[in-house]
Each structure stands twice: as structure tokens, then as C-alpha cells.
Design a protein around this ligand. Structure first.
Ligand SMILES: Nc1ncnc2c1ncn2[C@@H]1O[C@H](COP(=O)(O)OP(=O)(O)O)[C@@H](O)[C@H]1O
Ligand SMILES: [Mg+2]
Length: 598
């Protein structure tokens, strides 16, 4: 996601990495809270498993020094029994830990995903116009996925390994401090290689995430743009691009493979060096009667207890990097404030239909204004036609009327209420927009028409379809109104989708109807049929119509001619023709075009 895509303000990062992690974890904890008791049970079980796990080598020492060497069968039996008992506790605790931590972790992820989805739904259209769809989808999939390991296993393993590491070190020192110090002498080397490993894997990891994002984005664009890709024969070059990005991703992965390939053997070697010290120096101490043989056995046990966590922590480090990066990306999306939001005291609008634009200024970006102080008035029930060249700002006005954006200056009043003071729900409930490209959701034709009124009866749906002339083609579909539109090869043409969108708008019986080049994708015959229906569609409600077709424009009460984000002419058809200005010129063009077509 580009920086200004998320419109995050660049804050100089003054916090230490530790403080940042603390903040992340605190935020994640909010999601753990509802599942607190299970998480706590899991955590306690983890502590128990770690601590009892530490007891094993000590039992070996007791068995040898108190049972085997002095030939104390009874003592040995007790020790063996205790050892087994402790192992059972460890295994039960591990099982409880895995279950409860996993249980809570999965719920945390589910809640996070739901929150993300809910938040994305709250964000205004402008956010989506600024963002890449593929990137947003990857927030909900890849990034939540990357958290999985951390939440279900990583956090507890990190704590567990740390305790095991410190515990083993403590026990080693308590058992024999000279031998402990001698074996721990390999620790500086271990630390150094761990440091190098972390540095290279962190770098590789960051590169990996970036490359994965690029590969995903390339894939997503290729799939959604497949029509263009194939019609312009870009398959080869797109494949080449993908091969390159994919190769870069592999190379980034390769760097982690290399790091793993040297680091883990080195740690193994150092652990063996530690064991060698136990055998050499420990053996010398034993021969001189300064240490019991059981202590040496316990030492070798604790050494692996000591080195295993080092390896585990290094492995977890990658998980941790992945997860924190993902967490930051997820929180970044969650932190995007909707630019268009209801005011705390927003009131319900009971729409009559008087619409006023007062000196409205607007730009998608602060450095490029699109509307330069636009003033317009439509009284209730009027039809306003917006005409003008491509890029004049017609669709922008439509988006402002639906309050997908707020004006940067000036105001839009509906029935005298500033749009910013009314609730979006009440506004949108009473208005309908038919865009240029009708969108169909997975489901039946009937469900698609009833999208704004899911409880509408079939008769209502059929009436709406009939009114816009969509009934003919719908009845010819394999299952009529119950035809699944995204399945079994049933695809509607752009024009048919447009008709469904018309019916959808009509069914909600809006007070304010907006058609944005809604008839531009249907054929002439269909358009004429809609044209007939249009009289019924527009009657009794305020309507803004962006259209090319003269007959549609002509029936408007007011025609507004836009150019470069301003109104240059305004009036009825006859007035504007009489004026002999821009409309006259445009009308001449269309008239000529219509004549040649006819
Ligand atoms: N989402 C957007 N982000 C940035 N600029 C936009 C966006 N949509 C439209 N524009 C710009 O605003 C101007 C008006 O566009 P629009 O209202 O769609 O024109 P029309 O519908 O009249 O063809 C154009 O210059 C266009 O480039
Ligand atoms: Mg447009």
C-alpha cells in the first residue's frame, strides 16, 4: 500500500523497537481479552510444562548418584516413579497448552479478520479509489495468515524457550558453577552467530515480504484484467514479468535458506563443543573427586535444554518478524479513519427531494480541483440532466450527491439540510444510483434485483423488471428469476446487467434517483424501451441524469452544461437552443450523429 494511498501521516519514529513491540502486543491483547481464561489456562499449562520439563536431567543425576551408584534399589524405584510422574505432568500440560492456546489464537484471528472486514466496509468509496484491491485482499489473507503462527504457537514458545534457557543456565550454575562457566564459554560465539543470523534473515525476510506482495499484485491484476491482457497479446510479456518477480521472490527466500543452512549446524557444533567440555573438564573434575558422576550426566542433559531454546528462539525470530510486519499492516488499515462519517448528532433525513449545490468546490487531491464552485438547484420532483464532455465532472457531482465524498468548500443541501448533518444510512435508503457498469453479486437474478430490498416479493421484483423492460431476457434464462448469475456459465451481457441495475434501483422506489450514463451500454432497441419506462421511473422523484441521448436530456426540467468543473449554461432544452451557446453546439453534434445512425 502506498503511503498516501493509506494517507497515513509520516510520524518520526521515536519509539524504541522494544516499546513498539510492547505497543503491538498491547493492541493484540485487546483481541485476546474475550478469550482470556482459556489463554491464561494455556499460558499456565505452558509454564508448568516448561518447569517440569526442566526436571528431567536432575532426575537422571538423582537416579545415578542416589540410587545406582550406592545400590539403593528402593530409592531408585522412587526416583524412577517420580521421574515418570513428572513426565506425565509435562505431557498433559503440553497437550493442554496446545489446545487452549490454539483455541484462543484461532479466535483472535477470526475476530481480527472480522474487524478488518467490518472496518473496510465502513470506509468510503474514496478509500477504495485510492487503494489497490489486491493489496487490501492480501491484508485479510496473507497478513492474517502470517499472524497465525505467532498467535497460535509463537508467543508461548517464545516465553517457554526463554524460561527454559534461563532455567537451564541457573540449574547448571547451581549444579557446578565451575563446569557451568566453562561450558557457557561457548556462549559468546553462539551469540555472535545468532546476531549474524538474525541480521541476514531479517533482511531476507523484509525482501521476501516485498517480493511476495509484488508477485501477488501482478497475479491479481493479470486475473482481473485478463480480457485486456489477451486482447493485446500481453501474455508473453506478462509471463516474463511474473517470472522475474517470482524469481526475485525465490532469491529472497534463498537468502533465508542460506542463513538456515549455516546457522543451525553452527549452533549444533557449539552445543557439541559444550558437551566436549563437560566430558573433558567434567571428567577431569570427576577423576579428582570434585564432582559426582550424576552431575555430569545431568549436565549433558541441561546443555541440550540450554541450546535447544537458542535454536528455537532464532527460528521463532522469523515468525516474529513476519507477524509484526503483518500486524503493522493490519493495524495500518484498521487505523484509516473514514473520511466520510456520520457526525455524532447526525439526524435522520426524511427526503422530499429539494437538492441544492452551493458554491461546491471539490478535488480528489488537494493539488487538483475538479469542481470549482458549482451552484445548482433542483426542486423536488425535477429532473436535472448533466451534460458535458468526458472529464467535465459529471460523475464527480453524482458521487458528491451520494456523499461518497464531501465537498472541500461550499455545501450540498437536501431539503435544506447539509448532507454532512444527516445520517448516511437515511440518505442512501432514499436514493438510488444506477452507474455505468451494473454490478452483479453472486446469487440469483431475483436476489440481485432485490439487493436493496431483500424482502421484496417476487411479484414486486417482476414488476420492477417489467417496468425497465428486463423481463423479456430474464424469462428466457434457464431458471428465469432464480437463475444463478455467476454460475454454470450463465453470464449476463453488460446491457443485461444494466437492466438488472435499473430494476434494482426502481424496486427501492427512491426519492432521489441518479443515473450516471446508465443507458450507455444497452442497444438502441433496449434503450428505447427504457426510454419509455424512464417517464415512469422519473415521475414523482428528483432525478439527476447523466446521459448522451438527446431524448433523455430533452425530457429534463433543467439541463446543466458542465465544462471543466463549472456550469457554463443552464436552462430548458428550448432555452439553451435559443441561447445558441455550447449546448446548441453539442446538440448539433448529437443531432447530426442521431440522424446518421437512424
Ligand atoms: N477517483 C478519482 N481520483 C482522482 N481523480 C479523479 C477520480 N475520478 C475522476 N477524477 C478526475 O476528475 C475529473 C472529473 O471526472 P468525472 O467526474 O469522472 O468526469 P465525467 O463523469 O464528467 O466524465 C477528471 O479530470 C478525472 O480525471
Ligand atoms: Mg462519468
Amino acid at each position: 500500500m502506498s503511503r498516501h494511498g493509506m494517507n497515513s501521516v509520516e510520524v518520526p519514529e521515536t519509539r524504541t523497537p522494544f516499546a513498539r513491540n510492547l505497543r503491538r502486543m498491547r493492541r493484540l491483547l485487546v483481541y485476546v481479552r474475550p478469550h482470556a481464561w482459556r489463554a491464561v489456562v494455556g499460558l499456565v499449562a505452558m509454564l508448568v510444562a516448561t518447569l517440569t520439563g526442566l526436571a528431567g536431567p536432575y532426575f537422571a543425576k538423582l537416579a545415578i548418584d542416589r540410587g545406582i551408584i550406592p545400590h539403593q534399589i528402593a530409592t531408585l524405584a522412587w526416583i524412577v516413579a517420580a521421574f515418570l510422574g513428572v513426565q506425565v505432568v509435562t505431557i498433559v500440560a503440553q497437550s493442554v497448552q496446545t489446545y487452549f492456546v490454539g483455541w484462543a489464537g484461532e479466535r483472535v484471528l477470526t475476530d481480527l479478520r472480522t474487524d478488518l472486514f467490518a472496518h473496510l466496509q465502513r470506509l468510503e468509496l474514496g478509500f477504495y479509489e485510492r487503494s489497490r484491491a489486491g493489496v487490501l485482499i492480501s491484508r485479510l489473507t496473507n497478513d492474517v495468515e502470517a499472524l497465525q503462527q505467532l498467535v497460535t504457537d509463537g508467543l508461548t514458545s517464545t516465553i517457554g524457550s526463554t524460561i527454559a534457557l534461563l532455567g537451564s543456565a541457573g540449574i547448571l550454575l547451581a549444579l557446578d558453577w565451575r563446569l557451568a562457566l566453562a561450558t557457557i564459554a561457548v556462549f559468546p560465539l553462539m551469540s555472535l552467530s545468532t546476531l549474524l543470523f538474525r541480521r541476514s534473515s531479517a533482511k531476507a525476510y523484509r525482501a521476501m515480504r516485498t517480493k511476495l506482495g509484488l508477485a501477488t499484485a501482478a497475479l491479481q491484476e493479470d486475473i482481473s484484467g485478463v480480457r485486456v491482457v489477451q486482447s493485446f497479446r500481453r501474455e508473453e510479456s506478462n509471463l516474463a514479468r511474473f517470472v522475474r518477480v517470482n524469481g526475485e521472490y525465490r532469491d529472497a527466500n534463498q537468502a533465508t535458506v542460506i542463513a538456515n543452512a549455516w546457522y543451525f549446524p553452527v549452533v549444533g557444533l557449539l552445543a557439541n563443543a559444550g558437551t566436549a567440555i563437560v566430558f573433558g573438564y567434567g571428567g577431569w573434575l570427576f577423576i579428582h573427586g570434585q564432582v559426582e558422576i550424576g552431575t555430569l550426566v545431568a549436565f549433558t542433559g541441561y546443555l541440550s535444554n540450554f541450546f535447544d531454546p537458542v535454536q528455537q528462539l532464532s527460528q521463532l525470530y522469523n515468525t516474529f518478524l513476519a507477524a509484526t510486519a503483518a500486524l503493522d499492516k493490519i493495524f495500518e488499515v484498521l487505523d484509516v479513519e473514514p473520511r466520510v462519517a456520520d457526525r455524532p448528532n447526525a439526524h435522520e433525513l426524511d427526503l422530499v427531494g429539494d437538492v441544492q449545490l452551493q458554491a461546491v468546490r471539490f478535488g480528489y487531491r488537494s493539488d487538483r480541483e475538479v469542481l470549482h464552485g458549482l451552484t445548482l438547484h433542483a426542486t423536488a420532483g425535477q429532473t436535472v440532466a448533466l451534460v458535458g464532455h468526458t472529464g467535465a465532472g459529471k460523475s464527480t457531482i453524482v458521487k458528491l450527491l451520494a456523499r461518497f465524498y464531501d465537498p472541500t468548500a461550499g455545501a450540498i443541501l437536501i431539503d435544506g439540510h447539509d448532507l454532512r448533518d444527516v445520517s448516511q444510512a437515511s440518505l442512501r435508503r432514499q436514493m438510488a444510483i444506477v452507474p455505468q457498469e451494473g454490478f452483479l453479486f453472486n446469487g440469483t437474478v431475483r436476489e440481485n434485483i432485490a439487493y436493496g430490498r431483500p424482502d421484496a416479493s417476487l411479484a414486486d421484483v417482476q414488476a420492477a423488471a417489467h417496468a425497465v423492460g428486463a423481463d423479456g431476457f430474464i424469462e428466457a434464462l434457464p431458471d428465469g428469476y432464480e437463475t444463478q448469475v455467476q454460475e454454470r456459465g450463465v453470464r449476463l451481457s453488460i446491457g443485461q446487467r444494466q437492466l438488472v441495475a435499473f430494476a434494482r434501483a426502481l424496486l427501492v422506489d427512491p426519492r432521489l434517483l441518479i443515473l450516471d450514463e446508465a443507458t450507455s451500454s444497452v442497444d438502441l432497441a433496449t434503450e428505447e424501451r427504457i426510454e419509455e419506462a424512464l417517464g415512469r421511473l422519473l415521475a414523482g422523484r428528483t432525478a439527476f441524469v447523466v446521459a448522451h441521448r438527446l431524448s433523455t436530456i430533452r425530457r429534463a426540467d433543467v439541463i446543466v452544461v458542465l465544462e471543466n468543473g463549472g456550469v457554463i449554461e443552464q436552462g430548458t432544452h428550448d432555452e439553451l437552443i435559443a441561447l445558441g451557446g455550447r449546448y446548441r453546439a453539442l446538440y448539433g453534434d448529437w443531432h447530426g450523429a442521431a440522424l446518421t445512425l437512424a
